[in-house]
Write a protein that binds this ligand. Sequence first.
Ligand code: NAG
Ligand code: NAG
Ligand code: NAG
Length: 545
Amino acid sequence: MNGYPGFWLILLTVLTTYPFSHGYLNLYLNLQEVQRLLGLGAELYYVRDGNINEYALNFVVPVPSKVDSSQFTWENVAGHPLPYSIDVTANSGALYPPQLNISATGNVPTSTQTFSVSFPCTGFTAAEVMVVIKINISVAQNNVTSLVIKRRKICTKLEEFTGSHVFIDTVPSHSNSTRIFYFAVGAALVMLTILALFVILFYVKNKKERRTVEHNNKPSGSYLSTMPRNAVNFTYNESFRNAPSYSLLDERFKDLQERIAELTVQRCRVRLSSVVMEGTFGRVYLGSYTTENGKEETVIIKTVTDHASEVQISLLLQEGMSMYSLNHKNILSIRRVSIEDHTAPFLLFPYKCTKNLKTFLQKCKLSPEGVSHTLTTQEVVDMALQVIHGLSYLHKKHLLHKDLAARNCVVDDKLKVQIADNALSRDLFPSDYHCLGDNENRPVKWLAIESLQHKTFSTSSDIWSFGVLLWELTTLAQQPYIEIDPFEMSAYLKDGYRLAQPINCPDELFAVMAYCWAMSADERPTLNQLQVCLEEFYTQLTRYV
Ligand SMILES: *[C@@H]1O[C@H](CO)[C@@H](O)[C@H](O)[C@H]1NC(C)=O
Ligand SMILES: *[C@@H]1O[C@H](CO)[C@@H](O)[C@H](O)[C@H]1NC(C)=O
Ligand SMILES: *[C@@H]1O[C@H](CO)[C@@H](O)[C@H](O)[C@H]1NC(C)=O
């Protein structure tokens, strides 16, 4: 599948392992469980052949209110007994005390066994509760490995209980015993409660942030989105005009024309030198631009040929201006525009030996081993982190990208990555976009399921696309879902299928991608969580180099 062995060789040599002594053990979520929790068709390993996947352990998997338990599958393949002890805690009156269907101590079974931790909600209060599952496994005498797995259980208040004092008073048996149970645990619990509160607050805060961004972006669609096909005149962009939420936001949303005026330079200051990329009507040139004080700057120029239609020209301006006035090292922001009558506009972007990321990755794959640059896992993770920084900045500015992909990023010789706009991408990368019968050319294979089905976008749909971008980084820009018909994508995703783990892609990285593709937007990680997780993985990798 992957034509370039050198890359995977490098991946293999730096692949981090967390040896679990000589006690070989598998502990994972089986297909049904992953399907139930995340809507994916995959197995997720916490421990595979004795190697602990810290990154999977660190993900606090949310459990929807309708799911009352978590199931784990494990197996001892060590050839000698592995004694375990297991304990589950959940410190909230919103849950009945958790129950296990295996004994609290024993030996890990030598054949595959699934056990279940059940933690039904009481229904009295709505809460998000941390369920902490601790498993100690003795791999040798006086040598115990501890695994901590967390679940964030979401409890909703049952309708029948609201306002019904009588009912609550007559059902004290459980809540009372719960209370007694908790009092008995005493001071330790206070600590735990405080901790859990922090955790819950953290999530609530995160959620709130996410909601705010969604709120600001969702109703009107699109800052970075594609313009309606029929809006020929670029000064009449409905998505800017009719969006009350935007009026609260700063001068970013003043008319496109005003913005263009601000950046306009005379055509005589711009010189084209060579074509970097060309499509049927789109052209990307390397060139230069002379500033007011006579200094010459190298720039990338996006433009269209004379054959381009008005729609194509206005789309170029619309999309090319989308990163206007942004200032972040991981964002490629437009620098100048040059519009002369009767010619196509020139959009000027700063150039620092940057190349298109997708083309760059594909060249890594094609060039003979040793000659060109090959990517290590560490470099892949570093590049992914840079994208996260850029995307966080966009989201903080209340902007959604909506077309995040390798083709819409640039990279320089030092592997510094910047997120760019998607102007001309449909023309330059036609096989990445598809029309699904509605005359709208969309990046179908990068879209989150809800964007595909309902054209809704949120910070979480950008995170889905980030997962696909991460997959592109680890496959050196293969085409995602190459064998799937674009018309079938929606049904395919709905059935729980996702991109497969690239050959030799570390489990840790694949876990990150898989979480980005959770069926429900709420269950996908936040950018903060992704950042923490990838930074930790990066640190682990540097230890082995
Ligand atoms: C436990 O076993 C592992 C592998 O055999 C070893 O690396 C580690 O040092 C041991 N820990 C203790 C506390 O003996
Ligand atoms: C696991 O071991 C730690 C110390 O090694 C202990 O504090 C904890 O209670 C143990 N947990 C279980 C579930 O046995
Ligand atoms: C525990 O419960 C789960 C789900 O009900 C079941 O699949 C599994 O076989 C049970 N395990 C044991 C050891 O009874």
